[in-house]
Design a protein around this ligand. Sequence first.
Ligand code: SAH
Length: 348
Amino acid sequence: MDIKSLYLDELKEEMKRLGQPAYRAGQIFEWMHGKLAASYDDMTNLPKDLRKQLDRQYPLTALRVADSLVSEKDGTVKYLFRLYDERIIESVLMKYHHGNSVCISSQVGCRMGCAFCASTIGGRERDLAASEMLDQVYRIQALSGERVSNVVVMGTGEPLDNYGNLVRFIRILSDPNGINISARNITVSTCGIPDKIRMLADEGLPVTLAISLHAPNNEIRKKLMPIAREYDLQQVMDAAGYYFERTGRRLTFEYCLIDGINDGEGHAEELSGLVRGLNGHINLIPVNPIKEKSFSKSNSNKIQKFKNILEKNRINVTIRREMGSDINAACGQLRKRYMEHGGNLPGT
Ligand code: SAH
């Protein structure tokens, strides 16, 4: 049993089964999720023999750092973590004036197949457990010694393709007895799976939803994102509208600008029409070229023009600040490089 993925109520049930008083569950929950204990040895207010018994019956796993890279430009840190089964995932710590933000992975690999993305090249190996998503945040807070105030689920994987574990992760992450990161400070980014967006809207969790659009129409979207062959843009936008209605959370639309593909003036007009009437803003992201694909970034003139058109149409728009560009490689590239070189980061 994966004890770190249990809700407090479930942990209470387990303790009852062991013949332990209910308050033990509260103590253990606080050690795991509040004090970020990586082993039972840390849980000094539990009797020694109970710690031994827990260790036998509910092995407590914690992610191990396989490698890390620090940006000299802005202090961004990329972590490669090793899972209990030796698989590797990637997480990022970004430092902003308003606080520290951690970007986590939700799966090992991804099966969505987006044309510009490195994370999907080897397909999906497996889903991450809630505990493995939590631990990315916990270990980074413990290692950096600084409070994490925001979490974005924008690393490798499609979070809505790992729905049950994602919701569990959000509930435990925002539990006041744990690390207590408010759901309002959590962002979930999705390639746009309408039925799952609606399910999330009905969970009663005020997380911010970011939708990866990347195209102003179905035709272009289908070329970039296989998911667009299953659901057309209107279905995605309708689900987004429902999400806002139910949660009152302003939507974010992510739009990667790829030279010559989706960055024309006509595309900006078309995109304006698509998001008009929805309460959201557009985040423009110059695409991060990956070596396996021939896409390149739009130049800054074109990006500015694109932004101006959206603004003229009264659409809220920002250009995403590039963090850690010196250590970067787009999502999933660091992990990929590490795996290709047998557990080494060449040239670092
Ligand atoms: N699967 C989810 C979350 C992970 S990807 C999603 O699709 O939203 C997080 C964001 O990074 C998405 O907007 C994704 O499209 C974007 N992304 C992937 N590869 C990129 C690249 N090479 N350059 C810029 N953004 C990229």
